[in-house]
Design a protein around this ligand. Sequence first.
Ligand SMILES: Nc1ncnc2c1ncn2[C@@H]1O[C@H](COP(=O)(O)OP(=O)(O)O)[C@@H](O)[C@H]1O
Ligand SMILES: [Mg+2]
Length: 290
Amino acid sequence: MQGRDGTLKDFAIPPQVTPADVERLLAVLARGARRIERVELSSGAVWIKRYGRKRALVGMRAQNALARLFRQPFLRASPRLAPSAMVGREIRRIALFRERGLPVPHVLYRSAGAVVLSDAGSTVSMRLAALRTSDPVAHEDLLVACAADLGALHGKGLCHGRPHPRDFFLENGRIGFMDFEEEPEAVMPLAMAQARDLWLLFLQLTQRALEGDATLDRAFAAWETAAPAAARRELGALVGFLGKFLSLTRLIGRMHMGSDLRRFLAATRYLSRVCEIPRPAGASKAGKDD
Ligand SMILES: Nc1ncnc2c1ncn2[C@@H]1O[C@H](COP(=O)(O)OP(=O)(O)O)[C@@H](O)[C@H]1O
Ligand SMILES: [Mg+2]
């Protein structure tokens, strides 16, 4: 929790949490069933997050092998840590983001393999789903806000690692962030990690924008205004590299256009255009034939 003096008082159980709440929380923690669990307490909801059961080692090794093969550090996986170190990483990153003035959940409790976080409310994903039909203009504005606030975060010398609307929330009109399991800047330069962040966000934005390029252009401009020039330069290099795969991916897509492929094509094609990367022959219709 954040103390009055602005210092971090993590792990303090808030005073409104009753003994019955503590009992309930401990019971859920001990049961250790699901990785992420929402628990209703008398004072509101909290979230339990457990570590160390998700990422297959083999997938991570394959990712790092690809990074070596292509000599592209941005492909590297974040270092794999033991569960207690994963807890440490998440807490350290939450504290860092809070220090730089960004909305993040409060850490209420930590154990060797789990954290308990305050409820951040509806995620941006949930809000987008509701706005899509009820208020398309607000929907597009929220997509732009995601890019603008990601740029602001980059401008503060940070990177998220896996930006996705399901890990964003709104606090007083600003985008808040959660899910800090990745730490790409530990295995690549910060500007490269920030460029990777932007590309990852655009995998989502290109799929979600109702107004297509009109919204994407606004989103990109908002990111670019706030983000460091070095991140923008790295983005050119990253998209230049990924752009080489457009025609190949399109070919694969003729046989099977899965959602990952569709996102890759749409985001890479859009960002190649913005970054003015010359397109390989045959890539002009990439991603349009699904
Ligand atoms: N503190 C929180 N407040 C609100 N929702 C949360 C909170 N923590 C997790 N969630 C929900 O659970 C989902 C998964 O949690 P997350 O930390 O992103 O773990 P994962 O590594 O599985 O993505 C989030 O996308 C969000 O919907
Ligand atoms: Mg997540």
